[in-house]
Design a protein around this ligand. Sequence first.
Ligand code: CP
Length: 312
Amino acid sequence: MTAFPLEHVVESQQFDRDLLETVFRTADRMKADLAGKRSLAKSLDGKIMASLFYESSTRTRFSFESAMLRLGGSVITTENAREFSSAAKGESLSDSIRIMNGYADVIVMRHNEAGSAVRAAEVSAIPVINAGDGAGQHPTQALLDMYTIVDAFQRLENLKIAMVGDLRYGRTVRSLSYLLTKYANVELIFVSPQVCKMEKDIKDYLEKNNVPWREESDLSLVAPEVDCIYMTRIQKERFHSVDDYQAAASKYILSLDCVETMKKDAIIMHPLPRVDEIPKEVDSDPRARYFEQAQNGLYIRMALLYLLLQKN
Ligand code: CP
């Protein structure tokens, strides 16, 4: 296998199509390994992953930790670093990262500030993986999202995708938008409350990369025309105004009636957690892929850890 060229994984723009292909094929190998068909077991024996989470998480933290353990490595962790690391005593992020360099071989970090992963990587001699930085990016989520899409359609070209919900503060839709620009004939439709529209920097990037996009307000009109509806939660914790949050909350709900108007081979995705934007009765529709999507996070994160640490 060609050497993996990335030192850190901090933003989606680091990935080109070749690199995406490498990650997806490695994830396939991990999936096959876990199904008992191949053996990559214990390939990270002796390596230590530090998971440093300043914000809450279920999927990202546990799938990274499971990935490391399944590869034979070990994990040191703090689940609420804002309270239980020395950040609570005023330690800077850069000092914490420099210290963790002496204790671990890779740092997986979730932080509340956009740009924090890039800052951490700048002072780290060991790989830093961005597990979500505020309203900035969530590149490993975008990788598993792309892996889920390619699994469903066997392609990443010629797709019309609706992104719905909190597009302003949503790091997952931001990271996914960057990756989708790598593929031909992808079209994006943004459906969001007025107070959380997709930011200009992403729209500019799409235009620069010739990806058509438009904004719509009626999800029921968009649903029948798309290949994928990517729902997101309205993130109460990111709003600066209660009025803005209340204007956005529960505005877009993907009802079963709406799902029934979708193409038969379309898919429904969601990075999770959800609140009320996808009712539970949608879960049994064959187009609902969000639990499988979360499961894919394990294979993608095993692949990333393997690719980053095998060369060290
Ligand atoms: N999708 C995602 O990042 O989920 P968690 O917040 O549970 O990690």
